[in-house]
Design a protein around this ligand. Structure first.
Ligand code: NAD
Length: 267
């Protein structure tokens, strides 16, 4: 495992991350395991979730891979039960699973609208409720983290379901900060800029087609246009932000969103 300045900052903690078999979620799971957390990798792709858990275990961590669709109430309930049965508690839940669809509204089917909003909003509701029910009954409360986006604050053309869902997550997060306070449950949202993961790689050709640009032009003129330094945010940047939120020592930091985007959006 890679070395990190302060090790074991999550010792004795249990963290469940949805959509953790790829991209941002996988890097958070890796960093959290390095920091001593017992990590539950929940993903639609059961085999990839198990493979990620095996990887982290081989690197000296403690991890469990669970297959579940975050939009399916029964599967979410069963996955959280499996996690809590395995590790006895749940300290951090990161609602990270997400997908993207790039199309202008006049071409957008209801199915494609629902695919994006179901995962982000309904999936985050189901994951939050399952985590909250555990956290409210255990000593120490817990920490809820939502994977928002710069698109929680900004809009981009051709991403109406994604922008709508990411804005909606701020509402869920802020409500959880209020409902969670009496149980010691904090809730915050991370809002990354563009990160090179499969989710972004897949949309480069779509955006190129919809904007009538080359793929290089899409990166320069659409993705990184408003950053201060024309840099992608990295999975490591986002994972460090999740660690900061998970280890923050008091409930002073709750109901907030932290934008990690090379200055694309400034609050
Ligand atoms: P990714 O495609 O690499 O990973 C997403 C993971 O979610 C995959 O493993 C996938 O199997 C899983 N998943 C999808 N649908 C699911 C479902 N119904 N149930 C359970 N798991 C499901 O994507 P990523 O870029 O790592 O994105 C992770 C999160 O970060 C998303 O919420 C995304 O919107 C957000 N985000 C990404 C970027 C970016 O530029 N990559 C920027 C801002 C926010």
């Amino acid at each position: 495992m890679s070395s990190h300045p302060a090790q074991n900052r999550l010792q004795n903690q249990v963290a469940l991350i949805t959509g953790a078999a790829s991209g941002i979620g996988k890097q958070i799971a890796t960093l959290f395991a390095e920091q001593g957390a017992r990590v539950v990798i929940l993903d639609l792709d059961r085999e990839a979730a198990r493979a990620t858990a095996r990887e982290l275990t081989e690197q000296g961590g403690t991890a469990l891979g669970v297959g579940a669709d975050v939009t399916d109430e029964q599967q979410v309930e069963a996955a959280f039960k499996e996690a809590i049965d395995a590790y006895g508690r749940l300290d951090v839940m990161i609602a990270n699973a997400g997908s993207q669809h790039v199309e202008p509204i006049h071409k957008l089917s209801y199915d494609n609208w629902k695919k994006v909003t179901n995962i982000q909003l309904d999936g985050s509701f189901l994951s939050t409720r399952a985590a909250f029910r555990q956290m409210m009954t255990q000593d120490g409360g817990g920490c809820l983290i939502y994977m928002g986006s710069v698109h929680s604050h900004e809009a981009s053309a051709m991403k109406s379901p994604y922008v709508t869902a990411k804005h909606g997550l701020l509402g869920l997060c802020r409500t959880m900060a209020k409902e969670g306070a009496e149980y010691g449950i904090r809730a915050n949202t991370i809002c990354p800029g563009y990160v090179k993961t499969p989710l972004v790689e897949k949309q480069i050709p779509d955006q190129a087609r919809e904007h009538g640009m080359s793929e290089d032009e899409v990166v320069e003129k659409v993705f990184l246009k408003d950053t201060v330094d024309k840099q992608f945010t990295t999975v490591e940047d986002v994972a460090e932000t999740a660690l900061y939120l998970a280890t923050f020592p008091s409930s002073a930091l709750t109901g907030q969103s932290i934008v990690v985007s090379h200055g694309w959006f400034m609050q």
